[in-house]
Design a protein around this ligand. Structure first.
Ligand SMILES: Cc1cc2nc3c(=O)[nH]c(=O)nc-3n(C[C@H](O)[C@H](O)[C@H](O)COP(=O)(O)OP(=O)(O)OC[C@H]3O[C@@H](n4cnc5c(N)ncnc54)[C@H](O)[C@@H]3O)c2cc1C
Length: 304
């Protein structure tokens, strides 16, 4: 397998419609490249053969920006109306550095801000993008659990229009996504963490910095007077794709937090995930630690 990137024919469209026109035609279609942090490493290491053509998305201003909006009013992102704006639109090219430092993300999607802050080092955070992390479709993609707990949708565009796909349905299997060859991810739509709810993200890696996750998870929950009213839980690196643990969510909603419930919850999570072993971890360790991490979340909620 060739490991040279020198022979790739690069296109640099300056507008989204130009990029979509290139992708619509088999003769000009190329591998989409945003930050290039995954692709360049995969091409250079020989994990992926370099493609004949690549399309750089870096100049597409339409793929940038973080805005509040109301999805139910079908508003254009970036044009807020008075009143409550329950959703946030995040451009596909938003970098990890922008996610972690955005006041809107910090306030309304704190688990996502926390997840972005754990990705690689400063250089990777400056270049790596949200769309790249999602489309790379690694079970260890750090941003994905935080998107799943916020009921994120992926908006993809082609010459024929846009499609909105719930992120939970976007992953079709190991490294397989619901993206047609002529489509480009343009933005994501997420529900803000509602007033009175809280959320957070935890990642366990072999060392404190620049580590690929052994396992990571995020939760969003509302607890009132000890009663779990709502609980969203998503994990990565415990299945071929990042997952929401809907069975656990249904089980815990309506229960009252107690030490006994925490014990049961820890066992339940471990029994519901079926991770595989790889070079970073054994399956048994991942299963055990998934239970421990969720217990930690519940302790956080129990402590108020
Ligand atoms: C040293 C190092 C450390 C890293 N550490 C971490 C880490 O801790 N956690 C983590 O999760 N990841 C990590 N990564 C992986 C990577 O940096 C991230 O996944 C990053 O978000 C990828 O974004 P990108 O823009 O660079 O993607 P690219 O490399 O440009 O693309 C990745 C994939 O997404 C596709 N793609 C890109 N943009 C679009 C689009 N708009 N529409 C459709 N498809 C698109 C590409 O075709 C490709 O398949 C690390 C990488 C390196 C090299």
């Amino acid at each position: 397998m060739s490991t040279s990137c020198e022979s790739i024919e690069m296109a640099f469209p300056s507008t989204l419609s130009e990029a979509l026109a290139l992708q619509a035609d088999e003769r000009t279609r190329g591998r989409l490249i945003s930050g290039g942090t995954d692709l360049m490493a995969q091409w250079e290491s020989g994990v992926l053969a370099p493609p004949p053509r690549a399309i750089s998305l870096q100049s597409l201003s339409e793929l940038r920006g973080i805005h509040e909006f109301d999805a139910s009013l079908q508003m254009e992102p970036g044009r807020p109306r008075p009143g409550s704006l329950p959703s946030i639109s995040i451009g596909a090219l938003t970098t990890h550095a922008e996610l972690r430092s955005s006041p809107l993300i910090q306030q309304h999607l704190p688990a996502l801000a926390a997840a972005a802050a754990t990705v690689g080092g400063a250089q990777i955070q400056a270049r790596g993008t949200l769309a790249g992390n999602v489309a790379n479709a690694s079970p260890a993609g750090d941003l994905i659990p935080s998107l799943l707990i916020a009921n994120a949708s992926v908006i993809v565009a082609s010459m024929t229009g846009e499609r909105q796909i719930p992120l939970a349905n976007f992953y079709l299997g190991y490294r397989k996504i619901d993206l047609h060859p002529d489509e480009i991810i343009v933005r994501f739509v997420l529900k803000k963490c509602p007033e009175g709810s809280r959320e957070s993200f935890r990642k366990l890696g072999p060392r404190a910095a620049q580590a690929i996750s052994k396992i990571m998870c995020a939760y969003r929950a509302r607890v009132q007077d000890g009663l779990v009213q709502c609980f969203h839980l998503a994990l990565g690196s415990v299945a071929p794709t990042p997952i929401r643990l809907y069975d656990f969510e249904t089980w815990i909603e309506g229960q009252t937090l107690s030490t006994a419930l925490l014990d049961e919850a820890e066992r339940k999570v471990a029994s519901l995930v079926s991770p595989v072993a790889d070079i970073r971890s054994t399956a048994e360790y991942r299963q055990w630690v998934a239970g421990r991490l969720v217990r930690g979340f519940l302790e956080e909620l129990l402590g108020g």
